[in-house]
Every structure is written in structure tokens, then in C-alpha cells.
Design a protein around this ligand. Structure first.
Ligand code: SAH
Ligand code: SF4
Ligand code: F3S
Length: 446
């Protein structure tokens, strides 16, 4: 590789989950620290970071086509320096280096604090790969928070020890680690000082977080939420994603007691059939999951529920799929994500017998999504007439229109005299499946 001028501008493109969004922001902060500024929209960037996701098929293919588009002048006029980060980098780093000579560096999700040094290497004509997984090392090395929006993310836990048989995350993100309590309290404070009104605590298994508070007491995520809620300038707290196995009584009680903890719970079930759940290595049954939800709803009756589903896991029969429709009918999710099973290299399910044909998966997904759409519409319809606080996040497409989130994480649009970051009192007046229309009653300066 040839020597090149140091990059002056960057663009970070994040795919996949919110943890990648968070990592993308932290990388951007690091680049800013190095004196590299964010390229404006439509402007060529000297450095492009592709922050990739490996959760479903075609992820790697997408990376190669993005690289091709960048080098062939289709995305921008001048080919940039390219860094591949994220979970595809972790899983297929060496292959990327071999197949894509245009890539200057490959950096895994636990190693991106070393990105600045890798950029120096690239400037000197040296390509580098770093997919080390030093537990908890990167956070201490990252600069202070500055890329902040009213609704900000805070990664509190990383990695996964659950090993669901279909999933790559334990391999791409490594073992479960919890970030220390003091570091989180400190980062939350910085986020709030920089303008965050809502913080979403993130982790692949966020409620598996454990730590020690100031007094040295062992606490779980509920304790962390209670501590963060004490900051008067922080108005809302959320968390995602949880595994049913990690939900304890204290967390359930917290939903009833801490008003800042928003009435929304994303708790993936994946399937409604116990044989399939067992084959997936999920530790819950349909019944234990429903019982758990009952306890949450008892603590917070207006809780909006969200979930993830996989259709067509190897060996899933028609009757077993029907159980997934049944659990959906029972729970009535406010919102959900659903996917066709995608075999991931290196995971146990990829080599199981009885892979389900694509047509069957397509048909099941359509039926499942019809039910989920029905329930989302019904949930939104039932919100019409309610008055709630909406956190204003950005301008809408129409003149004078604003977009924000209700406590139940619905997108709400309305017009009126507000600013980004305000908490507006809004009456919900009209419901679509994906969003609601509201009428501004008053603005509470948050
Ligand atoms: N840690 C979270 C979510 C991780 S990935 C949890 O355990 O719930 C997000 C979602 O992607 C999963 O909940 C699952 O529904 C889906 N997913 C993961 N691996 C998949 C695969 N191989 N094929 C299809 N969907 C998958
Ligand atoms: Fe993947 Fe299961 Fe871990 Fe979630 S709990 S990240 S689905 S292995
Ligand atoms: Fe994707 Fe990695 Fe997140 S595989 S879903 S970016 S943890």
C-alpha cells in the first residue's frame, strides 16, 4: 500500500444494533480528537469507517459491495481510506484483508480504541488488523463524550455467554463483561451535561449487568437505574436488550417505582414453541416467558412490550410455528422485530438437519408480520386520546413539523413551537401503524 496524506475528514457508517451505533459515535469522537472532522452530507470523506453487522446472511457480501462502491467512485468522487470495523471485521477480518486490497485497516468491536494508531499506519503505507478482545480495555482509553443527542445510548455491558444456537454474537463480541459502576455514572453525567435528556442503557444482555456501588455493595441493573435516576437533569431511562433469564424481582419492582424508567420492555422470545426454544438453547419456555411478562405488567400496567422472533429455525414444523402465532396473540406486542432464520458460519444451528426451505420461511414470516402489524396498529389506536410527554428528537419532513418519542417509544409527529431536546406535552390524535400524529399542548423546557 502506498503512503498517503493524513485524512482530514471522516464518515462513520454503522449497521446493525444500537451497540454498533454507540460504538460508531465513540469512534467518531476519537477521530475528532485526532483533528479529523466529520464530512458534511454530500461531501467526500477522506476516511470511511464501515461499522458492520454479522447477525444475518449477506452481511459480509454487503461490506464487499460497499467497499466496491467506495473505490469505484459510486459513493463519492475520490476513493477514501477505508476502515472495516464491527462484527464482520471480528468474524472475517483476515479474509477481508485478503479479498479487499482497498481496505487499509480492520478493527474489531473490542479493539477500536486503537483506531488512531492504525490510521497512522495507513498514512505510512502499512495495513493493519486488530481483532483482539481485551475485556473492558477500550472504554478507559476513549475520549470524553461529545456526540450527544437528546436520546443517547450508553453501553453498560458487552458480549454474551448465552450461546443461543443460531447466534454469532458470543463469537463476534466475546464473553459477557460489565463496565464498572463509577465509569457509567461518570459517562451518564457527561452525556446529560452535553444535552442528553434520555439515556438508553445498552448491552447484548443488558440486564446481566452487575457492579459495585460507591459503598461497595453488589448491585444489578436495577440498582444502576435507581442511581442514574437521581440526576434531576436526566428525564428518561430505557434499557435494551434483555434475555428472559436475567430479569429479577428488583428490576420488575423498579418498573413500578422509578417514574423515569419508561414503560417499554424489549424482551425477545424468538419462538412460542418449547421444543424449538430448547433447540435454540433459550433457557425459557413459552409459559415461563408469559409468567414473567405478567409480573412486569403487574408492576407497570401500561408497559409496552416488544420482542424479536425467528421463523424457520431448523426443524420447525408448521404446528410449531403456529405456537409462535399463539404467543403473539396472547402477548399483543406494541412493536416487534421478526426475521427468517439465517445460518451463521460456526454456530451449531447452521449444521443442524432439516433446514427449512426459503419459501416456507417466507410464508411464515408474512403470516407472523401480519399479526405483529395488527397488534402494533391496535396498540397505537388505543393510545389516541391520551396526553403524554414527547421527547423532541428532530425536525420532520413537513414545514414546522417535529418528530419525537412517546414514553412507549412510539414515533410521534406534531407541529408547534418547540426545540430539539424539549419534552412536549402532546395529545395523541391520530394513529398509523408506525407512527402517531399529535397536537402540542405545552412545552416543558427540559
Ligand atoms: N441479545 C439479544 C439480541 C441479539 S441479536 C437477545 O438475545 O435477544 C437480535 C436479534 O436478531 C435476535 O433477537 C434474533 O431474533 C435475531 N437473530 C440472531 N441471530 C439470527 C439468525 N441467525 N437468523 C435470524 N435472526 C437472528
Ligand atoms: Fe445472541 Fe442469544 Fe446472546 Fe442474544 S442471548 S446475543 S440471541 S446468543
Ligand atoms: Fe450485528 Fe454485532 Fe450488533 S452482529 S446486531 S452489530 S452485536
Amino acid at each position: 500500500m502506498q503512503k498517503t496524506a493524513p485524512p482530514k475528514t471522516y464518515r462513520v457508517k454503522s449497521f446493525g444494533c444500537q451497540m454498533n451505533v454507540y460504538d460508531g459515535e465513540r469512534m467518531a469522537e476519537m477521530l475528532a480528537e485526532k483533528g479529523i472532522t466529520e464530512a458534511l452530507e454530500g461531501e467526500d470523506a477522506d476516511l470511511v469507517v464501515l461499522n458492520t453487522c454479522h447477525i444475518r446472511e449477506k452481511a459480509a457480501e454487503k461490506v464487499y459491495s460497499d467497499i466496491g462502491r467506495l473505490t469505484k467512485g459510486k459513493t463519492q468522487k475520490k476513493a477514501p481510506m477505508i476502515a472495516v470495523a464491527g462484527c464482520v471485521a471480528q468474524a472475517e477480518g483476515e479474509e477481508i484483508m485478503e479479498r479487499a486490497p482497498a481496505v487499509s485497516m480492520v478493527v474489531g468491536p473490542q479493539a477500536y480504541h486503537r483506531l488512531p494508531g492504525m490510521i497512522d499506519n495507513a498514512v505510512n503505507g502499512v495495513r493493519s488488523t486488530d481483532t483482539d478482545m481485551p475485556a473492558d480495555a477500550k472504554f478507559a482509553e476513549l475520549p470524553s463524550r461529545r456526540k450527544v443527542s437528546p436520546g443517547s445510548f450508553l453501553t453498560i455491558q458487552e458480549g454474551c455467554d448465552k450461546f443461543c444456537t443460531y447466534c454469532v454474537v458470543p463469537y463476534t463480541r466475546g464473553a459477557e463483561i460489565s463496565r464498572p459502576y463509577s465509569a457509567l455514572v461518570d459517562e451518564a453525567k457527561k452525556l446529560v451535561e452535553a444535552g442528553a435528556k434520555e439515556i438508553t442503557l445498552l448491552g447484548q444482555n443488558v440486564s446481566a449487568w452487575t457492579g459495585e456501588d460507591e459503598a461497595g455493595r453488589k448491585i444489578g441493573m436495577a440498582g444502576l437505574i435507581r442511581a442514574l435516576a437521581k440526576d434531576p437533569d436526566l428525564k428518561r431511562i430505557r434499557y435494551t436488550t434483555s434475555h428472559p433469564a436475567d430479569m429479577d424481582d428488583e428490576l420488575i419492582d423498579t418498573h413500578g417505582e422509578i417514574e423515569k424508567l419508561m414503560p417499554y420492555l424489549h424482551l425477545p422470545v424468538q419462538s412460542g414453541n418449547d421444543r424449538v426454544l430448547k433447540a435454540m438453547n433459550r433457557s425459557h419456555t413459552a409459559e415461563s416467558y408469559l409468567k414473567l411478562l405478567e409480573r412486569f405488567r403487574a408492576a407497570r400496567p401500561d408497559l409496552a412490550l416488544s420482542g424479536d422472533f425467528i421463523v424457520g429455525f431448523p426443524g420447525e414444523t408448521d404446528a410449531e410455528f403456529e405456537d409462535t402465532l399463539k404467543i403473539v396473540d396472547e402477548v399483543r406486542y406494541a412493536q416487534a422485530y421478526s426475521f427468517k432464520y439465517s445460518p451463521r458460519p460456526g454456530t451449531p444451528a447452521a449444521t443442524m438437519d432439516d433446514q427449512v426451505p426459503l419459501e416456507v420461511m417466507d410464508e411464515r414470516l408474512q403470516r407472523l408480520q401480519a399479526s405483529l402489524r395488527r397488534d402494533q396498529q391496535a396498540f397505537n389506536d388505543a393510545s389516541v386520546g391520551k396526553t403524554c410527554e414527547v421527547l423532541v428528537e428532530r425536525k420532520g419532513k413537513l414545514d414546522g413539523q417535529w418528530l419525537g418519542k412517546s414514553p412507549w417509544l412510539q414515533s410521534v409527529h406534531f407541529t408547534g413551537d418547540v426545540q430539539i431536546g424539549d419534552l412536549a406535552q402532546v395529545e395523541l390524535i391520530q394513529a398509523g401503524q408506525q407512527s402517531l400524529g399529535g397536537r402540542l399542548l405545552e412545552t416543558v423546557l427540559a
